[in-house]
Each structure stands twice: as structure tokens, then as C-alpha cells.
Design a protein around this ligand. Structure first.
Ligand SMILES: *[C@@H]1O[C@H](CO)[C@@H](O)[C@H](O)[C@H]1NC(C)=O
Ligand SMILES: *[C@@H]1O[C@H](CO)[C@@H](O)[C@H](O)[C@H]1NC(C)=O
Ligand SMILES: *[C@@H]1O[C@H](CO)[C@@H](O)[C@H](O)[C@H]1NC(C)=O
Length: 469
């Protein structure tokens, strides 16, 4: 039943109101790191996010008072996740003095800013304490520190602030990538994660993971990693097909939690992203891949799509990252995960700008046209459709697919979808170019696609493949 239901949901999403509005204004969080020497002031950033974008959460890597004040003064509706450095945790874990230390930290670092209007809703105890780099004293301190911080927040009058900690995906045991085979690493499962999940379940806070298909893809499975059409990965135990690695990672976490008896705990995504630049010659890195990954991930986390095992769920998610951070050490990619330039133009179009904000000032890798949210979409049944011209260049058509699938639902052209057959680029491109054209208000210019599209007046639907109109 479930696969069929999922298929029906996907089909409904493709033709329903969400698709008809073009880019639905989806809320999403961003990581706001500032390891850079070229970024605007925190006040300018807070104002930009609050007034020009659909971003509704930020995650900070510390409790910098200048940042908290900037959001208090300029963006009280944006909720904030504040991080505590790893090194501070042992003091909170101390059995005798830990609670006082935690109360002191909350008073010194949060209370005044929250009173001034900073909408802090999440407190992150350290970052990736369980690995890849493991310091045994910190592992031992983590959960006791989280408990004391939770208690301290209640006692200091900030019960709206939940406590969690971001994990790397290596808390899962190595596996074949089939979600139903997932479990937490032996040694962490019963000892560390089961009591932590009980804490989350008791306090209503989410388990937070940093989910990076970027660190697991290769040239062969790139389409699977960046939400482009692909054959998918079949999970024989659940009989579900996975067409995105991110979905599979989320369902692996869910499966592992369920095996410990905590399938009801919420999952939050602390970081997920894709860089626009990496070492020379690395396949699969660039603005188009970054856009395809982030757009697909936003649809899953904020769009009500959910995952195969968690259909319809939404996940509190923070894109990594708001800006490139030019002072970060390490590989080139580390400095190139940003979604906005320092002048607030988008590095590529993710549909995060509110109506009326210009999205076109940056070098936009996508083919013309850039999406124009239509204020007055004409009622359906316009009697016009957009299709790929016969004999159009296949590479351009594939680029059209990649581009349009960043904005519209492409499930119908994926394996199992009603428009998968005939399985060729001409047919797939026609379907998504039309969906895009309809979603953007049916302007001829929205069917140009570098000269590869044409408007027709005969409904191109066939068999089980219903073109949006
Ligand atoms: C603070 O954030 C929460 C959660 O995102 C939201 O529900 C609430 O409305 C925000 N508060 C204000 C004052 O906007
Ligand atoms: C999780 O919390 C709910 C109540 O909020 C409770 O009914 C349930 O038993 C808890 N689950 C576990 C595994 O403790
Ligand atoms: C998933 O894919 C497998 C192998 O390609 C296929 O046998 C199966 O029918 C598909 N299942 C669903 C639910 O689409």
C-alpha cells in the first residue's frame, strides 16, 4: 500500500496548487558562520533575512552577543539556534557544580538577549561530539551537560529553548546504504544514544544530524546525490525505491531510532549543503549541483514532501551555509558552501527571495529564464503548453531538466512516475519545461529555454502522463 500511496501523493503534488504557484515560499533555516573577512554587518544580515527572504531560522556557531543583539533588534521573528563550545560541556556535567554552571551560562549568554527580543529556540550542546574526532571526556559529559542545560533553562525562565546537539552521520554503523539495514554504531547505541533519545522524547527536543550526501557521492551516483532523475535504490525490506541519497540518509536515522524504540522523536537537520567550488577536476561541484541539491532538500524538509518512511513530515533544517567563509581552513570546498554573496545577491537561485526582491543580480548559471513568481496566476486551463522542440540539442534539454527540477516536482519523470516512459531526454524535458512554464504564469519567455522550447495549443498529455495546465 505505502508505495502506491507515496506515488499518489507525488502525483497530487505535481498537479496541485503548490506546483501551480511556481516557487512556493518555503521557510528554511541557514547556518550563519562568519569565518570570513568580507561579510556585511550582523544587523544588515538580520534585516536582509527578515525582510527579503523566506529564511525563518538561523543557526549560530557560538553565542556572540553582537549577533544576538542584531537579530533582537532587526529580526525578532527569526528563530535562533545558539551553540555552546565543546570545551564548556564538562563544567555543566559536573555532578555537584554543573547546574549552577549551566544557570550561570544561560544568565550570562542568553537571558538579556532573549529579553531584548532575540527569538532563541534551540541551544546546541557542542558540535559533533560523538565523532569523527572523539574526545572521551566530552562523550561522557555530553548527555549530563544537556540535562543540566535543560534544567537551567527552566529555572532561568526560558522554557521555550530546547536542548540538542548536532551529530555527524557516522553515528550510524557502516552499511550498504539501504535504509532498513541502518542502526546506530554498536557502543554508541545502548550506552549513549538510547538515553539521549529518551531525553529528547521527554523534553520535546529533536535529534539533530548533519546530513551531507556531498561527503558520500561519486561520479556514478551524482544524480542520486543531487535530486536529479535516476534509477533509484530499492529497499527490499520496505519495498520502497529511493531516488535521493538525502532521503535514504534521513530514513536510515529514523530506522536506527526506531530500532531503539524512539521512532517518535523529531529529526532536525543541523547542516546540509553542497559547495559551488572544490579542487580542480572534481566532478559534480558547481552552482547547478549546489542548487539542485539544496532545492531538492528544501522540498523534502519544508515542502511537506517528507521522505519515503516519513511522508508528509517537515524537518527543522539549516542549510550550510548562508555565506562563503573565505577564512576557513581545509579543502577549497569548505570555503564555498554559501548560498548568498556578501552583497546579498544569491549565488544561484533557490527561490528563497520574497516576491519583489531581485533575484537576478548574481551570475546565474541557469539557462534563461529565471523564475518569476506570478502574482496573479491565471486560472488553470489556459489552453497553452510548453514542449521541447523536435531535434533540440540533448545537452541543452538535459540542462533544462536539471534547472526546472530545482523548482517543480519532477517525480512524474522518475522511474515509477506516469511520465517516465518514453524514457528519453526529449520527453522528460517537455514534461518539466511545461510544468515550469505553467508555474511561472505562462509567459512565452518562460518557454524559451535558450531556444529549445515552443508553445503549443494541443494538450500533450498521453496515457498516464498528465501535463500540468
Ligand atoms: C519565534 O520562533 C518561533 C519558532 O520558529 C515562532 O513560532 C515564533 O512566532 C517566533 N516569535 C516571534 C516573536 O516571532
Ligand atoms: C515518548 O514520550 C511519550 C509522551 O510524550 C510517551 O508516551 C512515550 O512512551 C515515550 N517513548 C518512549 C520510548 O519512552
Ligand atoms: C523499485 O525498483 C525495483 C528495481 O528497479 C523494481 O523492481 C520495483 O518494482 C520498484 N518498486 C517501486 C515501488 O517502484
Amino acid at each position: 500500500m505505502l508505495p502506491l500511496l507515496l506515488f499518489l501523493l507525488a502525483a497530487a503534488a505535481a498537479s496541485g496548487p503548490a506546483a501551480a504557484q511556481g516557487l512556493p515560499p518555503l521557510p528554511i533555516g541557514v547556518n550563519y558562520g562568519a569565518n570570513a573577512d568580507n561579510l556585511p554587518s550582523p544587523a544588515a544580515v538580520a534585516t536582509f533575512l527578515a525582510t527579503k527572504t523566506t529564511v525563518n531560522r538561523v543557526k549560530l556557531f557560538d553565542a556572540n552577543p553582537a549577533f544576538l543583539d542584531a537579530f533582537a533588534a532587526n529580526a525578532p521573528a527569526i528563530s535562533i539556534a545558539v551553540s555552546i563550545p565543546n570545551s564548556a560541556l564538562p563544567a555543566f556535567a559536573d555532578r555537584a557544580a554543573g547546574l549552577d554552571a549551566a544557570r550561570g551560562w544561560v544568565r550570562d549568554n542568553l537571558a538579556a538577549h532573549v529579553a531584548a527580543g532575540a527569538n532563541v529556540t534551540l541551544l546546541l550542546a557542542g558540535n559533533e561530539i560523538l565523532g569523527p574526532t572523539v574526545v572521551p571526556d566530552l562523550v561522557v559529559a555530553l548527555l549530563p551537560a544537556m540535562r543540566r542545560l535543560h534544567q537551567a533553562l527552566q529555572l532561568e525562565g526560558l522554557p521555550q529553548v530546547r536542548v540538542t546537539t548536532p551529530h555527524y552521520l557516522g553515528i550510524l554503523a557502516p552499511s550498504d546504504g539501504i535504509p532498513s539495514n541502518a542502526r546506530f554504531r554498536p557502543g554508541l547505541d545502548a550506552k549513549v544514544l538510547a538515553p539521549m533519545l529518551r531525553f529528547h522524547n521527554d523534553t520535546g527536543s529533536p535529534l539533530m544530524v548533519n546530513a551531507y550526501p556531498y561527503f558520500s557521492y561519486n561520479a556514478q551516483n551524482l544524480n542520486y546525490a543531487v535530486f536529479r532523475p535516476n534509477a533509484g535504490v530499492y529497499d527490499p525490506a520496505t519495498k520502497l525505491n529511493y531516488t535521493s541519497m538525502f532521503d535514504a540518509q534521513m530514513d536510515a536515522i529514523y530506522t536506527a531510532m526506531k530500532k531503539l524504540g524512539f521512532g517518535d522523536v523529531q529529526i532536525a537537520v543541523g547542516e546540509a549543503g553542497w559547495p559551488t567550488q572544490a579542487e580542480p577536476g572534481q566532478v559534480g561541484v558547481g552552482p547547478e549541483e549546489a542548487r539542485d541539491f539544496n532545492a531538492g532538500m528544501i522540498r523534502v524538509c519544508s515542502g511537506g514532501k517528507g521522505t519515503p518512511l516519513m511522508p508528509g513530515k517537515t524537518f527543522e533544517t539549516y542549510i550550510f551555509s548562508l555565506f562563503d567563509e573565505n577564512q576557513k581552513p581545509g579543502p577549497i570546498a569548505e570555503r564555498n558552501f554559501g548560498i548568498f554573496n556578501p552583497d546579498f545577491t544569491p549565488k544561484y537561485d533557490l527561490g528563497l527571495l520574497r516576491d519583489g526582491s531581485s533575484a537576478s543580480a548574481s551570475p546565474n548559471p541557469s539557462p534563461n529564464p529565471s523564475p518569476k513568481p506570478s502574482p496573479n496566476p491565471s486560472p488553470s486551463g489556459g489552453g497553452k503548453w510548453c514542449v521541447a522542440k523536435a531535434g533540440a540539442d540533448a545537452t541543452t534539454l538535459q540542462n533544462n531538466i536539471n534547472y526546472a527540477c530545482g523548482f517543480v516536482d519532477c517525480k512524474p519523470i522518475q522511474s515509477g512516475g506516469g511520465c517516465f516512459d518514453p524514457n528519453n531526454v526529449q520527453s522528460h524535458a517537455s514534461f518539466v519545461m511545461n510544468t515550469y512554464y505553467q508555474a511561472n504564469g505562462r509567459h512565452d519567455s518562460d518557454c524559451d529555454f535558450k531556444g529549445t522550447g515552443m508553445v503549443i495549443s494541443k494538450d500533450p498529455s498521453y496515457g498516464g502522463c498528465k501535463y500540468v495546465s
